[in-house]
Every structure is written in structure tokens, then in C-alpha cells.
Design a protein around this ligand. Structure first.
Ligand code: NAD
Ligand code: GLY
Length: 362
């Protein structure tokens, strides 16, 4: 097992990474009182709920099983968590445990941020995406029909446990979706990691345990470093949103759940790289490398055919990085070097937004 720390002073917390950690008693020490509620979904519950419960032997454990899907990441389904907490008489010393992917993690974390003005929570991420990104850093929330992740709070977990063995049951499409966020880290922060991803993508797609463990470890290390520097996203943390403004527009337009979050981010990363190349920042060889690594991860590389440039612009205007009506995007100066900028002509943005299927062809 490897342990990383997200260094936030007296709110610092460990990220445990390793195979079969669910079978290793690690989490009970992070529960302050004896009350626990595990929130999961109907897909993950039959696979891992009993193992997760065993982490908290000696505690009074309630469980809540939500329906599975991004379309349930709403205020309506958040209320089910509050209902269950109140019905089971959880008090303000309770600990919520998120067992699942980013949807369960974001909702459970937000419930923990709100319940009785804030209680503890633990993340047990079970998708690649949640192990490399959403379980770390304390962003929690739900979607609104008009915008992705528009209602939420920063609320850090007290521990994160990433058991790499659970990835064996993950559908291939979900594995690819997680790899989009892994590729993101190489592009914004670490060109050597990007080089490694180019070489090792076939091993990652084959779920080679050593390759996956290294990718998760390096991704969490980068995320922990960035979050420790800028917990509330007033600076460098915004770089973690490479591809997300385009991606969130796709998810909102298509209806939550049709495109997986990671798939929309994958296409969004290529759109950001394309715009960076049109601005003369990213050279054409590096743009091609970005396209190839996304394709090797079997991610979509062109936006939905029915989404116009005007529709993109309309939805991108709701992004959380918009300041005083000005859209800011994460763009690439080179591989491993990203910036947050509003310094791009509208017509260049439109050129990317209208490139459509050509984006995937190079
Ligand atoms: P998800 O939570 O919908 O999980 C994907 C699918 O895999 C679901 O059907 C789930 O039931 C299933 N699943 C989970 N673990 C499994 C396992 N071990 N075996 C088999 N099936 C399993 O999606 P996701 O990709 O994990 O997360 C996406 C969400 O995360 C989005 O809502 C996105 O906005 C959010 N997100 C949040 C942050 C953050 O910083 N908070 C960062 C990135 C993404
Ligand atoms: N996923 C982006 C962030 O955590 O900031």
C-alpha cells in the first residue's frame, strides 16, 4: 500500500492506494464517533457494500443505495440522503462514507457538507475516474438542468481509500473515461508523465495492475500538490479543468448520462488543444500526440454532430470560470504547460467549435 497526504494543515488527510485495500481494516480509525452511513448505488452495492461495511465493525452502520447514473446527481436525490440520515437518527458526529464513482462521491460529499451544517466523510472511490480525481480535493455537489455541478460546496474528506482491485469489475467504457482525467494531468503538469502515458496506454487499457497503480499514484500526487496550493481554486487549481468547459457543455446539451463525464472531458481536451494550436501555442506535432493518446484510450475525439457552435457558446457561458461575463479557458502552451486565459479571439474559438468531425481526423 502507498499513502499520500493532501496537506491542508489541520484538515490534512491520507489517500491510501493499493490492491485489496477493502479487505484491509484501515478506515475505522477515521470515524470520530460510532455512527456511520455508507451511501452507494445499485450497481456497486452487490459488488462491494458488504466489504465496505466490514471496515466499520464496532460502529452502528446504516446504508443507502441510490439509483445508478449521472441523471440522479440532483437535489431531488440528494434529499434521499438527508431523509435516510434523519430517519436513522444520525447526529452531527456521524461519518458519511461514499462507496462508488464520482456521482456517489460528489453527492455524498455535498450531503456531508450540508447535514447539520457539516459532518465528516470518507471516500471509497470505485471507478478509475474517482480514484484519480473526484475523490480527492473536496469538490462536492450536484447538477442543475441548466448547468453541470452548479450547486455544491468545498468539503474535504477525512480519508480516501483507492482499492485498485475493484477496477477489475469496471466496464471498459468507464475505464476509458477515467483515463481522460489521467491524460489531463500529464498535459497540464508533467510532460514526462504524458510521455509515459503514450507508451503505456495499451497496458493501461489491458488493466495491467502495475501500470494502473502507477497512473493512479502519479495522478493523485499531482492532484494533492495542486489542491494543497490552491484549495478553493483562486489560481493553479483551475488548470485541473482542462477540457471541462467544452465537456460540461456537451454533457448538459446531450442530457446527463448519455456521454460519460470522462468521454466529454476527453473530447473537450482535444478541443482545448485544437484551440491552443490555432493560437500558435501548441505545435501541430503535439496536437497530433494529444489526439493519438485519446484515441489509444478509446475516447471520443469529436463533439456531437448535432451541437452547433452557438449552442456551445451558450452553454459555456454558464461555466464557473466565467468572470464578469468573460469566458476563461484552460489552454496549452505546450505539453505539460497549461494556462488559464481569456486571451483568444472569438473567431478562433468559433473555428474550433465548428471543426466538428475534422477534430478526430487530424
Ligand atoms: P459514475 O459515478 O457514474 O460511475 C460510473 C459507472 O461505473 C456507474 O454506472 C457506476 O455504478 C459504475 N461503477 C462504479 N464502480 C464500479 C466498479 N468497481 N465496478 C463496476 N461498476 C462500477 O461516474 P464517474 O466517472 O466515476 O464520475 C463522474 C462524476 O464525477 C461526474 O458527475 C463528474 O462531474 C464528477 N467529477 C467530480 C470531480 C470532483 O473534483 N469532485 C472531478 C471529476 C469528476
Ligand atoms: N476536478 C477538478 C478539481 O478538482 O479541481
Amino acid at each position: 500500500m502507498q499513502t499520500l497526504t493532501v496537506d491542508l494543515g489541520d484538515r490534512s488527510y491520507p489517500i491510501y492506494i493499493g490492491s485489496d485495500l477493502l479487505k484491509t481494516p484501515l478506515l475505522a480509525k477515521h470515524v470520530s464517533a460510532r455512527q456511520v452511513m455508507i451511501v452507494t448505488n445499485e450497481t456497486v452495492a452487490p459488488l462491494y457494500l458488504e466489504l465496505a461495511k466490514a471496515q466499520f465493525s464496532g460502529c452502528s452502520v446504516s446504508t443507502l443505495v441510490l439509483p445508478d447514473g449521472e441523471q440522479y446527481k440532483t437535489l431531488e436525490y440528494l434529499e434521499r440522503i438527508f431523509d435516510a440520515l434523519l430517519e436513522n437518527r444520525h447526529n452531527r458526529t456521524t461519518t458519511l462514507v461514499a462507496l462508488g464513482g464520482g456521482v456517489v462521491g460528489d453527492m455524498t460529499g455535498f450531503a456531508a457538507a450540508c447535514y447539520q451544517r457539516g459532518v465528516s466523510f470518507i471516500q471509497i472511490p470505485t471507478t478509475l475516474l474517482s480514484q484519480v480525481d473526484s475523490s480527492v480535493g473536496g469538490k462536492t455537489g450536484v447538477n442543475h438542468p441548466l448547468g453541470k455541478n452548479m450547486i455544491g460546496a468545498f468539503h474535504q474528506p477525512v480519508a480516501v481509500m483507492a482499492d485498485t482491485a475493484v477496477l477489475n469489475t469496471l466496464p471498459e467504457r468507464e475505464l476509458s473515461a477515467g483515463l481522460a482525467e489521467v491524460i489531463k494531468y500529464g498535459l497540464i503538469y508533467d510532460s514526462a508523465f504524458f510521455d509515459w502515458l503514450e507508451t503505456e496506454m495499451p497496458s493501461l487499457m489491458d488493466r495491467d495492475p502495475a501500470a494502473l497503480a502507477y497512473a493512479i499514484h502519479r495522478a493523485c500526487e499531482i492532484k494533492a500538490e495542486v489542491v494543497a496550493q490552491d484549495e478553493r481554486e483562486s489560481g493553479i487549481r483551475a488548470l485541473l479543468n482542462l477540457g471541462h468547459t467544452f465537456g460540461h457543455a456537451i454533457e448538459t446539451d446531450q442530457g446527463y448520462g448519455k456521454w460519460l463525464h470522462g468521454e466529454a472531458v476527453g473530447t473537450g481536451i482535444l478541443m482545448a488543444a485544437d484551440l491552443s494550436a490555432r493560437l500558435g501555442w501548441l505545435n501541430s506535432a503535439d496536437l497530433e500526440r494529444v489526439r493519438k493518446v485519446l484515441l489509444a484510450a478509446r475516447l471520443p475525439v469529436a463533439p456531437p454532430t448535432d451541437m452547433s457552435a452557438d449552442r456551445f457558446v451558450e452553454l459555456m457561458a454558464v461555466d464557473k470560470k466565467v468572470v464578469d461575463g468573460t469566458l476563461r479557458l484552460i489552454l496549452l502552451k505546450s505539453i505539460g504547460d497549461a494556462v488559464v486565459t481569456s486571451d483568444f479571439p472569438q473567431e478562433t474559438l468559433y473555428a474550433t467549435l465548428t471543426a466538428g468531425q475534422q477534430l478526430g481526423q487530424g
